[in-house]
Unconditional design. Sequence first.
Lengths: 297, 425
Amino acid sequence: MSRQRFSLSYKAQKAVLIAAFLILPIVLLATLSLYPALKLIFYSFTSWNGLSPRYPWVGLANYKAIFSNPLLFSSFGHNFAYLVGGLIQNVVALYFALILNSKIRGRNLFRAVLFMPFVMNAVAVVFIFRFLYGYQGALDALLQGLGLKALEHDWLGNLSLVNWSLAFVSLWEYFGFNMVIYLAALQSVPHELFEAAELDGAGRLQTLWHITLPNIRSIVQINLLLTISGAIEAFNIPFIMTNGSPPTATFLTNTVNVAFVFNNFGLASAMAIVLLIIVFVVLILQRWLVGIGRDAV
Amino acid sequence: MAKVGNRVTSAIKVAGLLGSFAALLPLSGALAAGSAITGTITVLSNRTDMQANGMLAKYSQEFEKLYPGTTVKWQTFVDNSTVQAQMSGGVYPDVMLILPNITKPELSTYFAPLNSLGLDHKVYFANFNEYKGKVYGLPSFGDVNGIVYNKAAFKKAGITHVPTTLNALYKDMALLKKAGIVPMALNYTAKWPLANWSNVLPDLIAQNANWENTMVHSNAPFSPNTPMGKALTIVYNIVHHGWAEPQPLNTNWNTSKPMLAQGKFAMMFLGNWAVPQIIGAGAPSKDIGFFPFPTSNSGKNIAIAGPDWMYAVNKHSAHLATAMAFVKWMIEDSGYANYAGGLPPLKSQKSSVPQIAQFERDASKILTALPGSTTWTKIANAAQLDLTGGGAVQPLFTSSNLDATLQQMNQAWASARSLLGLASK
């Protein structure tokens, strides 16, 4: 009798197995992602101060406050540098991916070297650049050594330069990641296509435009998605490098300030949700725009 | 990096605490919140440097020797949001520091009253965390704010006396600049070193420890003729005359200390606590001085003494008596105030730090600070003007029009008042 209890049907075994494998990721997802997200939505309707056991309900007041304070949105201007930097980052990444996809000597070494910045601790990277950009820092010393004193700048103090300096850190840190994704995509493009194109006498640029790019379109789409949402959510670089000072503040550093400096977790939660919605809208727009091009190519 | 490490250790400690609570449960009951001074307590501290150099461990040993059977563990923090998370989770160290955003009515939610220690009349600032006759916080030491300066740098620029008037300060800064020395390091990037300019200087200018609290009645407390407006004007002048660091928006607190110690920077407007830190950064003690901010041209400059971090005791502590005894010992016998270069918290004691003794002679009067008004904090938060953390001073660095910047602050303040329904009062 007791044997029979364990002799499950194949279907039941499969269900038990699937459940056993899924329970851990689902529990982690629920506790670390879904539950905080639901809490975030709840907080955004309160004026919780981050500490008090009371959660005063304020309805939509936080959302009204966000849209009636133009200062909060003006910081999106600073994200523009990260967006441009992100686009350049994709071009650079694709360029290196194309080179390293060909049969050049030492390509594995170069791949590893170019990917290295992404593997490094993100905080450490920002600290490295802080020393580079600092007053009489390494970058200025290098320029001086090269006799390019005219190019020396106050990299973090010049208001028209600072966000570009910060965006460059982002470019340097993340292009290796984009490159690896492009490389993987390039390697999955059927080789016969390139051979056929070569036989037909297509040049390098023609091959790139008519064969490579259309074949990795969905990967380009994904990389752009990551880049654009990353640019909108720029946070750790200005937060660590310049302490989120006003000329470098982004929407997210402002959100952190609202929560931890002004003790308004309710408003900060609402800001986080507004940011989420903005990212969604931009991504839908991007998909739509890239989708338009599909028929033309 | 330190922050991450800190989080990890706090997490481990939380886990440890939970474990010890669980272990104690069957034993507690009648013995709970024991009146005997025994057991293991965890103490919160902001001094990561003293954890690194072993001073905190030394305090543990001394206390443990005095009260055999006790163990004192330390939890240090760099960013108090980790402590805040522990507090909202309900498990936090036995001996706490009162975080700045805890309001008076909330004190009894977290802390045990300390009146039974009998210290509330013997120490300064006991009224800062008093609610309905109960004292929840006692000061670790007192702070006065003033200008920390390098005497060798002053000598090199040909300055023989510390400035006692605002005009003399401006003149000396010009002399220092001519001598190739940075006159006044402001530390824009670290942000918190700017806090004195918006949070202390206005009261010094008003010669009134309560002036900032009266801002709640005004719609224009930032106008140029107000103490706040005058304080921010001084910052604006320093930046726009080039008397701050050569790249004022690109600074580094950690390197500013050795620069002041070496006399490449001449002055910083900080607190007495900075004196031992600058000496620690490599300056001989005789080269570092500390004088009251010359706020006017009358030559009479006051100072205001306020509390540094205040100790409190976790009301859920399993060893309440031990935690209380530790607070009393830290205040009376540890010598922490002198080590930290602060004013002794006990009214009966005098500081043994020479720079503080000199400062007390230079100041015409030392007022005692008053607790900040909750309404003031509410307005400042709603206006998103970071007056206590230095963020509100930052826009003056990038402003090209002082009046317009002050006017913007007035507007933010006024609309926050109306948002909170205070405008008509």
